[in-house]
Design a protein around this ligand. Structure first.
Ligand SMILES: CC(=O)N[C@H]1[C@@H](OP(=O)(O)OP(=O)(O)OC[C@H]2O[C@@H](n3ccc(=O)[nH]c3=O)[C@H](O)[C@@H]2O)O[C@H](CO)[C@@H](O)[C@@H]1O
Length: 362
């Protein structure tokens, strides 16, 4: 049995792949502990994994504004101190960091302890954690086809996005029922990632009547702030009731994706990987202010592979047309689902896990 410390906090998109790898390592008898941030989203998402140990550490995201930058440095200094202590107490063999501001403390602690450090990048444009700590890492895992400048040879490996074991295509009718929809509902899921997206919530609210008239229902996961929750019913052109249902946060994402044929979403790497696993066709509206515009890269990759559509936020008024066009074209939907299946094949984790086991024994 080996001991792993996994840092995966800050957003759902960092936490979910950490839990996925943790689940896989634990199922092989290894000891796994997670380092998460103090943000509410980490506590919310980790709450249902009662069998795992989650340790909160300090840390704030990077900011170029002078005062915030100072706060960032102080918080990261505290994070390093905290992670060094956790590292020693846990007697960890390998540290794995899934990017974001929560990675820094563990990365430095592993380096100081001279233990293998593994970095995983989820996005098609590598973030700061990989760029800053790539040179002290034993492994840097990048998405297939993504490259970075890396001086040490043999460090970079390709991997997909680890997906939690609970995420797979579920029974469609039962999934619809779980969220209060009937069997005949034609659901479009609207989901702005782990934080929600005000622009997508507004789109759902403003376009529901028009879409309902054409026979479409909307299930909107509005985000933990809950400010834009709305439930409404409208009759379609055949007199059938169509529903807009909203919730703030979803603990059953597999069912939410399985209930819908199409999802309108932000282009977070985790969301995309999960849509591919559940074969839910994504219309992606990249968050225009994501770091280095990485969501645009993520969305374009999906579109290039014929597995979804990318709509820029400035063209959000064309979303309803895209939704209706997809609903009206089952052949295209079938083709897209096959392409989603191909993307999903890249997200297997067995090689990644064997590599982690080998590293622990070195
Ligand atoms: C604004 C921003 O910079 N977002 C980044 C963040 O996204 P974000 O945290 O939104 O993450 P993703 O879209 O990648 O994944 C969301 C995760 O949260 C889960 N979930 C979501 C909503 C919910 O109600 N319940 C729930 O469990 C999903 O199942 C999924 O596992 O990290 C991703 C991975 O680095 C990046 O690609 C995104 O660009």
């Amino acid at each position: 049995m080996s001991k792993y410390l996994i840092s995966c906090g800050g957003t759902g998109g960092h936490l979910a792949p950490g839990i996925a790898i943790g689940e896989a390592l634990a199922s092989k008898g290894h000891d796994v502990s997670f380092i998460i941030s103090e943000k509410a989203i980490d506590s919310r998402l980790s709450a249902k994994y009662k069998n795992f140990k989650f340790i909160k550490t300090p840390g704030l995201p990077f900011s170029p504004s002078p005062i915030k930058f100072l706060k960032f440095l102080i918080s990261q200094f505290r994070a390093v101190k905290c992670c060094k202590k956790i590292f020693m107490e846990n007697n960890a063999d390998v540290a794995i960091a899934f990017g974001g501001f929560n990675s820094m403390g563990l990365a430095i602690a592993a380096w100081l302890a001279k233990k293998p450090l593994v970095l995983h990048e989820a996005n098609r444009k590598p973030g700061k954690a990989v760029r800053l700590f790539g040179f002290i890492a034993t492994r840097v895992y990048l998405p297939h086809g993504v490259r970075i400048e890396q001086n040490k040879s043999g460090v970079v490996r390709q991997a997909g996005y680890p997906i939690r074991s609970e995420i797979f295509k579920k029974d469609e009718a039962k999934s619809k029922e779980l969220f209060g929809f009937g069997k005949e509902a034609n659901i479009v899921l609207v989901c702005g990632g782990s934080q929600g997206a005000a622009a997508l919530n507004r789109w759902a609210k403003d376009n529901f009547e028009h879409l309902a008239h054409e026979g479409i229902d909307i299930f909107c996961i509005a985000g933990p702030s809950q400010s834009q929750i709305e439930n409404r019913t409208c009759k379609d052109k055949n007199g059938i009731e169509r529903h807009l249902r909203s919730i703030a946060f979803c603990d059953n994402m597999a069912e939410a994706m399985s209930a819908a044929k199409i999802v309108v979403a932000r282009a977070g790497a985790g969301s995309i990987a999960e849509f591919a696993r559940c074969r839910t066709i994504p219309i992606l509206v990249p968050f225009p202010f994501s770091a280095d515009n990485h969501q645009l890269e993520n969305a374009r990759y999906v579109e290039k592979n014929g597995a979804g559509i990318c709509v820029l936020q400035e063209n959000i008024s064309s979303l309803s047309t895209e939704v209706l066009a997809l609903f009206g074209n089952p052949k295209l939907c079938e083709k897209m689902r096959r392409n989603l299946e191909k993307l999903d094949e890249l997200n297997g984790i067995s090689k990644f896990v064997s590599d982690l086991e080998e590293l622990a024994l070195k």
